[in-house]
Design a protein around this ligand. Structure first.
Ligand SMILES: [Zn+2]
Length: 508
C-alpha cells in the first residue's frame, strides 16, 4: 500500500446515458441493491455536473482524463466532440483536405487514444506503476486492452474485471491484480436512442448492470479484495425526448448547400445536429476557419450558386433558440464567444458575450448580455450573484449554477471553441426539435437524444464505495472530472497537472 493510500485498487464503471434522477429513483425503489450498497456506505452525489455539450465525447473522455477540451497544442483534451473536422492552428498548408472524425464509425473510435493528445493523461497513465485493465473502455491508453480476451456484452464487461481479480495471470504476466480497472457500458446508450428512457428494456438493462456489478462485488469478497478496493460508478450524460423530429435534408438541398467531401476538399458545410447543431464552414480553404465576414457573405457551390448570410440562414432552421460563434480576434489565451438568443417575451434577437482568459484550471470567464439573460441565471438568487461583470473560475461557476439549468455552461463553451477542431457556429433548439442529422444525412427519426445544457442532460450520478475505508459522504454537488482525482487520492497518487477536476476530499 502506498503511504496515505486508503485502498489498494480502484474499479471505475462508466454507464452511458443515464440521468442521476433516473438512477437514484431506481435505487430508492430498491431495484438496484448492489449500487445502493456502494452508494449508501460511501460517497454519493445525485447532482454531479457533466461537460457541455452533453454528448458521449467530450463527456466520457473527460471522465477518463479528468480534463476538458482546450487549446490542445498547449493544454486540454484534443477531442472537442463526437464529430469534428481536423483543422489546426495555424491552418495546415497541406493539399490534402482535413478529415472528418466520426466516433460512431467503429473503425474510427479507437483513434480517440491518439486524438486526445499528449497534454492530457488517462487515469491509467496517471499511476506511476501497477497493472491497468480496460474492460471495453475505448479510451484505454496505458492499459491492457485486447479484443481477443475482452468480451463486449454487458455481462462480459463486468466478468472481464472479475477475471482480473480471480485470475490476473490471464491478462498480466506478473500475475498481480490490476491497480486500476475501468469498465465502460455503452449498451444503455444504444437502447436509450432506440427505445427511450421510459422503455422497460432500458430500465431492465440498468437493473441487469446492477446484477452483474453484484457478481463482481461477490468475486471481490470471495477473493479477499473487497475491503481494499474502491468502486466508482458514474455516467457520461443524461438524456431527453425532443418534442418534434424534423428532416433537415431538404432545408440545405433547396438552398444549394453541398456537404463537405474530405476526400476531394469540396463542399460548403459539414454539420452534426441532434438538438444542438455544430456547423463547420470553409474559410480561405477548408483548412481555415472562416471569419465572421466570410460567414456573412457566403456563396454556396450547389444549385443557383446563391450568396447567404449564414447567421440569418441558420436562424431559419425550425426551433432555434440560441447561437454561439467565436470572435475573429480570438487567441488561445484570451477571447470572446458571441451569443445570439431569442428573447421569449419580445420575440427579439439579443446579443450576449462570454469573455475568457487563461488555460486549464486557471481559465476564467465572464458573461455579459443585453436586457434579459438567456440562461435565467438572474431569476435565481445564488446564480444572479455571479453576474457581477467579473471573471470567474470553473469552481465558482459550479458553486453558483449546479442547482439550475445550464450549469457551468459559461465555463464550458470557451473550452470547446478554443480547440482548433471545434466548429464555427453552434445553434440549439433546446429540446424542441431533434434532427439526428449528420454529415448531410438524416440518420433516424428517434426523438431520444442528449446534448443540451438542461439538467436532464447535464446531471449524472457520482458514487464511490466498496472498502470500509471510504468515508460516508453525501455531496450537494460535484463534477464528472472530480472522479479521477478522487479515485487517485484514494490510491495515494497525485493526479497529473492537466487534471482540472478536484478530489472531493478537498471540497470546502
Ligand atoms: Zn454517452
Amino acid at each position: 500500500m502506498v503511504r496515505d493510500a486508503k485502498v489498494n485498487q480502484v474499479i471505475l464503471i462508466i454507464l452511458d446515458d443515464i440521468r442521476a434522477e433516473h438512477l437514484f429513483d431506481l435505487i430508492n425503489k430498491g431495484k438496484l441493491p448492489n449500487i445502493a450498497e456502494i452508494a449508501e456506505n460511501g460517497i454519493k452525489c445525485s447532482n454531479c455536473v457533466t461537460s457541455y455539450p452533453a454528448i458521449t465525447f467530450p463527456c466520457y473522455g473527460n471522465i477518463v482524463t479528468g480534463s476538458y477540451s482546450g487549446y490542445f497544442p498547449k493544454e486540454g483534451n484534443g477531442t472537442p466532440m463526437y464529430h469534428w473536422v481536423n483543422r489546426t492552428d495555424p491552418p495546415s498548408k497541406s493539399k490534402k483536405p482535413p478529415f472528418i472524425r466520426n466516433y460512431s464509425d467503429r473503425s474510427q473510435v479507437l483513434k480517440i487514444n491518439k486524438d486526445i493528445g499528449k497534454n492530457v493523461k488517462t487515469i491509467f497513465e496517471q499511476a506511476p506503476e501497477g497493472n491497468m485493465l480496460s474492460s471495453f473502455c475505448f479510451l484505454y491508453r496505458g492499459a491492457y486492452f485486447t479484443v481477443s480476451k475482452i468480451v463486449s456484452d454487458v455481462e462480459g464487461i463486468f466478468k472481464n474485471i472479475s477475471n482480473g481479480f480471480e485470475n490476473p495471470g490471464m491478462y498480466f504476466s506478473n500475475n498481480e491484480v490490476p491497480l486500476i480497472s475501468v469498465g465502460y457500458i455503452m449498451h444503455t446508450d444504444d437502447i436509450m436512442h432506440e427505445k427511450g428512457f421510459e422503455h422497460p428494456d432500458y430500465i431492465n438493462l440498468i437493473i441487469e448492470c446492477d446484477k452483474y456489478l453484484g457478481s463482481l462485488m461477490n468475486t471481490l469478497k470471495k477473493t479477499g479484495y473487497y475491503d481494499s478496493t474502491a468502486i466508482g460508478l458514474i455516467t457520461d450524460h443524461g438524456n431527453f425526448k425532443a418534442n418534434k423530429v424534423y428532416d433537415l435534408e431538404p432545408f440545405f438541398q433547396q438552398k444549394g448547400f453541398i456537404q463537405y467531401n474530405p476526400k476531394k476538399g469540396t463542399g460548403d458545410f459539414d454539420c452534426n445536429f441532434g438538438s444542438v447543431g455544430f456547423f463547420n464552414f470553409p474559410g480561405d480553404t477548408w483548412h481555415h476557419h472562416p471569419s465572421i465576414r466570410q460567414m456573412q457573405d457566403f456563396k454556396v457551390s450547389g444549385k443557383g450558386k446563391q450568396e447567404f448570410n449564414l447567421f440569418n440562414t441558420l436562424w431559419k432552421i425550425p426551433g432555434v433558440k440560441y447561437m454561439y460563434y467565436r470572435d475573429d480576434k480570438n487567441k488561445p489565451e484570451k477571447g470572446i464567444i458571441h451569443i445570439e438568443y431569442l428573447e421569449k417575451s419580445s420575440g427579439k434577437k439579443r446579443h450576449g458575450m462570454i469573455e475568457y482568459r487563461g488555460f486549464g484550471r486557471d481559465q476564467q470567464t465572464k458573461y455579459t448580455f443585453e436586457d434579459n439573460d438567456f440562461y435565467h441565471y438572474n431569476d435565481d438568487e445564488k446564480s444572479a450573484k455571479i453576474l457581477d461583470n467579473k471573471f470567474h473560475t470553473l469552481d465558482e461557476w459550479l458553486d453558483a449554477t449546479n442547482h439550475i439549468d445550464f450549469p457551468i455552461i459559461i465555463d464550458q463553451i470557451p473550452r470547446y471553441f478554443k480547440n482548433p477542431r471545434s466548429c464555427d457556429i453552434i445553434i440549439s433548439t433546446l429540446e424542441e426539435y431533434g434532427f439526428n442529422y449528420d454529415h448531410g444525412v438524416t440518420q433516424s427519426a428517434s426523438p431520444y437524444i442528449h446534448d443540451i445544457g438542461l439538467r436532464k442532460c447535464m446531471i449524472v450520478p457520482f458514487i464511490i464505495g466498496g472498502s470500509s475505508e471510504i468515508p460516508k459522504i453525501e455531496l450537494k454537488f460535484c463534477k464528472t472530472t472530480d472522479m479521477v482525482p478522487t479515485l487517485l487520492e484514494l490510491l495515494g497518487i497525485k493526479p497529473h497537472s492537466s487534471v482540472i477536476g478536484n478530489s472531493i476530499f478537498n471540497y470546502p
